[in-house]
Design a protein around this ligand. Structure first.
Ligand SMILES: N[C@@H](CCC(=O)N[C@@H](CSC=O)C(=O)NCC(=O)O)C(=O)O
Length: 277
C-alpha cells in the first residue's frame, strides 16, 4: 500500500491509498476516514461507502459532510474507487460503462473480465486489506449511492453474515429492468439475463427470508427516479418475502450529494445501532 495523502479532520484522519489489487489485476485506490477513537488498543467498526457512476474515492469524502458524526460515534469510513482504472484497463467513452462505472459485479465478458472484478474486490479483498492494516474491527456495514446503493444492497444481501446493516441513497433497485443496468450487465455479464439475477437487489430481496436491517432514502425530485431507480420494485420484493425494509421518500430532494449530505448523519446513526457491541 502507498499513502497518497493524509489530512487531519474532526480530530481524526482522512487518508488516501493506492495498492496493487490481486483480484482486479491493477492498482486500485481507496480513501479511509479514521475517527479519533481508533488505535491498536481500540479497534473501531467500519462503514464501507460505495459511490455512484463517475465517482472516485473522493466524491463522498469531499461532499457528504460525514466526518463530524463518524468522529463522534467512533466509526471508520472506507470509500473505494468505483472501478479499476488505468491506460491498460478497458474503458468506454460513455459515463455509464467502463472506468468509473464498475457496477460492483464480477465481469465475465471480454474486454472487461480481466480487471472488472469489483464484487470480489469489495466483498473480500478490500475488507481483508483494511482489517490487516488499520485499527478496525471486523464489524462492518455497507452504504452507497445510486450505482453504489445497488452495490451495497447486492453485496449485503448476498453476504449477510459479513455485514451488520445496509443503507442506500437513491439505489438502482432493479438493474435488470432499467437502462443503466441493462447496458452494464449486457457488457459485463453477457446477453444471458439469467446470469444477471444475482446482481439485482429486488430479485435477491424477493427470494430471501432474512436480511440485515436496511434503510433507504430516496428524493422525490430525483430525475433518475422513474426510469433508473425504481424503489417501488424493491418495496414490492420486500413485501413478497416478508422482509422488513425502511424506504423513506424524501420530498423535494434530488439525486445529488446535497441530498446525501442532508441525511448522512441519520444513516451513520442507523449503522451505529448495529455496529456497536
Ligand atoms: N450525467 C451525469 C451522471 C452522473 C451522476 O449523476 N453521477 C452520480 C451518481 S449516478 C448513479 O450512480 C454522482 O454521484 N455523481 C458525482 C457527484 O459528485 O455528484 C454526469 O455525467 O455527471
Amino acid at each position: 500500500m502507498e499513502m497518497v495523502s493524509e489530512t487531519k479532520v474532526w480530530d481524526g484522519l482522512h487518508q488516501q491509498f493506492t495498492h496493487s489489487s490481486s483480484r482486479c489485476q491493477c492498482d486500485m485506490r481507496f480513501a479511509v476516514f479514521l475517527p479519533p477513537q481508533a488505535s491498536q488498543n481500540n479497534r473501531v467498526p467500519v462503514v464501507y461507502w460505495l459511490s455512484g457512476l463517475t465517482c472516485t474515492d473522493e466524491n463522498f469524502m469531499q461532499k457528504a459532510g460525514a466526518f463530524r458524526t463518524a468522529a463522534e460515534l467512533g466509526i471508520a469510513i472506507v470509500a473505494p474507487d468505483t472501478s479499476p482504472r488505468g491506460e491498460s484497463v478497458a474503458d468506454d467513452e460513455s459515463y455509464d460503462l467502463g472506468q468509473g462505472a464498475g457496477f460492483y459485479v464480477n465481469a465475465t465478458q471480454a474486454p472487461w473480465s480481466q480487471h472488472f472484478q469489483m464484487y470480489d474486490y469489495i466483498t473480500h479483498e478490500l475488507p481483508a486489506l483494511i482489517e490487516a492494516n488499520f485499527p478496525v474491527s471486523n464489524r462492518k456495514s455497507l452504504a452507497g449511492h445510486s450505482m453504489g446503493g445497488h452495490g451495497a444492497l447486492v453485496i449485503g444481501l448476498s453476504n449477510m453474515s459479513q455485514y451488520q446493516s445496509i443503507s442506500a441513497f437513491s439505489p438502482i433497485s432493479n438493474p435488470t429492468q432499467c437502462p443503466w443496468g441493462k447496458k452494464a450487465f449486457t457488457a459485463y455479464l453477457g446477453a444471458n439475463q439469467s446470469e444477471w439475477q444475482e446482481y439485482d437487489a429486488s430479485h435477491l430481496l424477493a427470494n430471501c427470508h432474512l436480511a440485515p436491517p436496511i434503510l433507504i432514502d430516496q428524493g422525490d425530485r430525483d430525475t433518475f427516479l422513474k426510469e433508473q431507480l425504481k424503489p417501488e420494485t424493491l418495496q414490492s420484493a420486500a413485501t413478497k418475502s416478508g422482509v422488513n425494509i425502511t424506504l423513506r421518500m424524501q420530498p423535494g430532494y434530488d439525486h445529488s450529494y446535497y441530498f446525501i449530505q442532508t441525511f448522512i448523519d441519520e444513516h451513520l446513526r442507523f449503522h451505529y445501532q448495529y455496529l456497536r457491541q
